[in-house]
Design a protein around this ligand. Structure first.
Ligand SMILES: Cc1cc2nc3c(=O)[nH]c(=O)nc-3n(C[C@H](O)[C@H](O)[C@H](O)COP(=O)(O)OP(=O)(O)OC[C@H]3O[C@@H](n4cnc5c(N)ncnc54)[C@H](O)[C@@H]3O)c2cc1C
Length: 506
């Protein structure tokens, strides 16, 4: 199969009409444009993305001409796209590409990360709209949360969820289960799934094909075999520490560090959390985020996060444990995990025929720290743009086609990100502001607006009268809590500074 694909690629390069091509380049490897999935120790075709030089031709192999295909040109073999990373973003990208007639490769470094012991650290909360939109089967959802407690710095508890109807809930899943399901589905639909660690990529000059370098694992040995893969376009879905982002010089983003312990608690205590999640706010649990207790399949996940004072994360975690102690004591920690969470999109999310999606692009919302849905959705949207522009894999795509995804994304979600950013700045800035925030959550109107926006991923338009009431109520809550007085609390920054450094900088 690979050989046949190779022949067709080589034929495309040699026989396609001249007008369809841009630059003509010489490759150092006889299989360039040949086996779509080839293993090589020697191939470094073309000047790299970061200006790496070409190597001389491999001895004994006939050099062959590889021609770069112009954007929009008709192909006589399917368009080849590699997706790096098999989390929700990558799996959903790969699924949509494969369904859309694109020759799809999904490279995931930890195929076995679907084992509970090494899965992605995550709270696992997903909105109900994701279940329908991504056709998730019920067994993916461990728990249906219908109640939420917001707990203020002074331990005032407000029950949230009163406005939910009997078909509305927040899904709690384990990432090892969700990711496994999504990856398998992509594979069943035709994506070639590769157990490998992506290392770097080179692009042949003049918009030529990409040569991806990765270490391929056989599932037994811990040492990967250096291998290469040639593709026309690349989607970086490789999470917060994205190598693809580095390859295209996408620029950095500020990030929070999130810490989480999975704790198996006694059955009677688990009963309390069976359909309940808790959110703790206060300077003690985080200067700029919240602490949480989320129910999982047979345990709870207790965690917190911060941008402004990362070095104190363990201290915040201890405070979250202390605040929830009565309800979780007697438990056994079964896992401790930490991971960066992006704070905003990267300066660049598309370059040439490369696009970033999910955490690699920086799509986690402020305030709630939600990223699973946005990862899956951005992957799907990027893939849809490729499928459409390539006429189901028959034409070459270019930067303008990938930008269609960006434009659509920004139009659809800019307001959501902005509103949550403002909420975080206003309400997570000091303990008085947090008290006011929790007080506000008592309002049915606030609960309905918040849940509708979260569960259905739309910024819900309010009614003018209720909006005015809400504004008055918000200002009232903030004044009562003295949160509008200056000098009271921590200002939220987007750099890696401590709270006092931020205060000094203001
Ligand atoms: C502690 C914590 C709690 C969270 N809780 C929630 C929550 O409750 N709800 C929510 O919506 N979001 C939550 N998030 C955010 C959420 O986890 C992310 O936004 C989401 O995982 C992003 O998905 P992704 O597919 O973009 O990236 P990831 O899930 O990070 O997936 C990236 C994949 O790429 C693979 N990879 C990376 N580098 C390479 C490479 N070089 N080669 C091959 N493969 C590679 C990784 O193994 C991984 O499988 C939480 C995050 C943290 C840290």
């Amino acid at each position: 199969m690979a050989a046949l694909q190779g022949l067709s690629v080589a034929a495309a390069a040699t026989h396609a009409p001249r007008s369809a091509f841009g630059a003509v380049v010489t490759s150092s490897h006889c299989t360039v444009g040949a086996p779509a999935l080839s293993a090589s120790h020697s191939m470094r075709a073309g000047a790299g993305l970061r200006g790496r030089p070409m190597r001389s031709p491999v001895a004994g192999r006939r050099a062959m001409q590889v021609m770069a295909v112009r954007d929009g040109a008709k192909l006589d073999r399917p368009l080849r796209v590699a997706v790096i990373g098999g989390g929700p973003a990558g799996a959903c990208t790969a699924e949509t590409l494969a369904k859309g007639g694109v020759e799809t490769y999904l490279i995931e470094r930890k195929m076995d990360n679907c084992k509970a012991s090494i899965s992605m650290p995550c709270g696992g909360a997903i909105p109900i709209c994701m279940v329908d939109e991504f056709s998730l089967p019920p067994e993916i959802i461990d728990r249906r949360v219908t109640k939420m407690k917001m707990i203020s710095p002074s331990n005032r508890e407000v029950d949230v969820g009163k406005t939910l109807n009997d078909k509305e809930w927040i899904g709690m899943c384990r990432r090892e289960v969700l990711d496994d399901y999504l990856r398998n589905r992509a594979q069943d639909l035709g994506a070639n799934v590769i157990n490998g660690l992506f290392m770097r990529m080179d692009q042949a000059p003049g918009d030529g094909p990409f040569t991806l370098h990765y270490n391929k694992y056989d599932g037994v040995s811990r040492v990967g075999k250096p291998s290469t893969l040639e593709v026309d376009a690349v989607i970086g879905a490789d999470g917060a520490n994205s190598r693809v982002a580095k390859e295209i010089g996408a620029g950095d983003y500020d990030f929070a560090i999130a810490f989480q312990e999975r704790i198996r608690i006694p059955e009677d205590k688990m009963e309390y959390y069976k359909d309940l999640a808790e959110m703790y706010v206060g300077d003690d649990v985080s200067p700029d985020f919240y602490g949480w207790v989320f129910p999982k399949y047979d345990h709870v996940a207790v965690g917190t996060g911060t941008v402004v004072n990362k070095t104190a994360i363990k201290q915040y975690q201890q405070a979250t444990r202390d605040r929830s102690r009565v309800k979780t004591e007697g438990g056994t920690i079964i896992r401790v995990e930490a991971h960066p969470i992006p704070e905003h999109p990267r300066p660049r999310r598309v370059k040439g025929r490369v696009a970033l999606v999910g955490d690699a692009a920086g799509y986690v919302t402020k305030c709630s720290g939600e990223g699973i849905y946005f990862a899956a959705k951005s992957g799907r949207m990027a893939a849809e743009a490729i499928v459409q522009a390539s006429a189901r894999g028959q034409r070459m795509v270019g930067e303008a086609d990938l930008r269609v995804y960006l434009d659509k994304w920004d139009k659809q979600y800019w307001a959501t990100y902005k509103v949550l950013d403002i909420l975080q700045k206003v309400f997570y800035r000091s303990n008085p502001a947090r008290e006011a925030f929790v007080e506000m959550c008592e309002s049915d109107y606030v609960q309905k607006m918040t849940f509708d926006s979260y569960l259905y991923k739309t910024v819900v338009p309010g009614t003018p009268l209720n909006d005015v009431k809400l504004l008055v109520q918000t200002v009232g809550s903030l004044l009562r809590g003295n949160a509008l007085r200056s000098g009271e609390g921590t200002s939220v920054s987007f750099g890696n500074r401590t709270a006092s450094e931020n205060a000094a900088a203001v």
